[in-house]
Design a protein around this ligand. Structure first.
Ligand code: NAG
Ligand code: NAG
Length: 315
């Protein structure tokens, strides 16, 4: 109560001051009212122009931070490799000489997996994901663990469908998946100068289907910047095989390597393989999908045989 009472007398005093100032200001302004109006119009127009310019600048990519495209959607790259200094992330893990990254970097190739193979792999993803689907915009299917997004959770596809799963997937599907995994493994080994047999498939390895529907749970929030080795300790080399085309099948959804002073994007293209060492030298994120549906498969490798997993099998 006390503060209110003390403040109360101030109000008339304040408004009185405003009252006293008003007559003089009206007088001085009356003559150049036309000028003032013109000036006002000019400044409003000017502000609008500046605002429009800012909006245009931001829509043209001025502040989306993209500074370089490593792989355009339209180009067919036999192979591009960019070496980056390794982070210290590998030091806190057991080292496997001849496998644990000494040379770090990122690569992209469009000639290891054919468009036809990508199309067939995508059919596997479509079949499996059609059995479930997240309420939010991001669904996953892990053929190894059987994890499938359904609503706000995951189910185990193999447990849930039991023997009926054989009516969904064929032996050929699993063979194709294994062939693709092998080709990607060889590509990574070659690029980093290590033996393919020192690499082991590790989990999670999964299909993803992303559309523009708003996230419902944290599992749907794929767009945050992250380091794979921090998220999944077992990862040493991460790869992504894209199964749909940027701007034909969806927009947004570009992969972004984030560095101080530069963001570098990979535009998805069906059959494009993007791979990189999993440490913080390759901090990355995926842009939010704006429209359409983006399919990809994440295939990860470890140097630690204890973290290795077998290819999924048709049983
Ligand atoms: C890179 O992208 C992030 C997130 O979009 C942004 O905050 C950052 O400013 C960008 N960096 C550069 C150098 O453009
Ligand atoms: C996105 O996918 C979910 C299933 O995961 C579906 O319910 C939703 O309708 C889709 N949204 C759009 C915009 O296609």
């Amino acid at each position: 109560m006390a503060p209110q009472r003390r403040g109360a007398p101030k109000a008339p005093e304040g408004s009185g001051a405003a009252e006293r100032r008003r007559p003089s200001s009206t007088k001085s302004v009356r003559a150049p009212r036309e000028v003032q109006r013109k000036w006002l119009r000019t400044s409003v127009l000017g502000a609008c122009a500046v605002l429009a310019g800012l909006l245009l600048w931001s829509s043209m990519g001025g502040d989306d931070g993209v500074t370089e495209v490593l792989a355009h959607r339209g180009e067919i790259l036999p192979g591009r490799f960019i070496e980056v200094p390794c982070s210290e992330d590998y030091d806190s893990h057991r080292r496997f000489e001849g496998c644990s990254p000494r040379k770090c970097g990122r690569g992209i190739t469009d000639t290891v997996i054919t468009r036809d193979e990508a199309q067939r792999i995508r059919s596997i993803a479509e079949k499996g994901l059609s059995l479930g689907g997240s309420d939010g915009g991001a669904s996953i299917l892990d053929l190894h663990s059987g994890a499938l997004s359904v609503g706000k959770h995951f189910v185990n596809l193999y447990r849930y469908f039991g023997d009926k799963i054989q009516t969904v997937f064929s032996e050929e599907d699993f063979r194709l998946y294994r062939d693709v995994r092998q080709k990607v493994q060889l590509t990574i080994a070659q690029a980093f100068g290590i033996s393919a047999s020192s690499l082991y498939l590790t989990k999670p390895t999964f299909f993803s289907r992303i559309n523009s529907t708003e996230a419902r749970t944290a599992h749907d929030e794929y767009w945050h910047a992250h380091v794979d080795k921090v998220t999944y300790g077992s990862f040493d080399y991460t790869s992504l095989l894209y199964l749909s085309d940027y701007l034909d099948d969806f927009s947004g959804g570009r992969f972004v390597f984030m560095e101080e002073g530069a963001n570098r994007t990979v535009e998805p293209r069906a059959g494009r393989v993007s791979f990189f060492t999993s440490g913080s030298e390759n901090l990355h994120r995926v842009e939010k999908v704006q429209w359409g549906t983006r399919y990809a498969v994440t295939i990860a490798f470890t140097c630690n045989p204890d973290h290795g997993i077998a290819d999924p099998v048709f049983t």
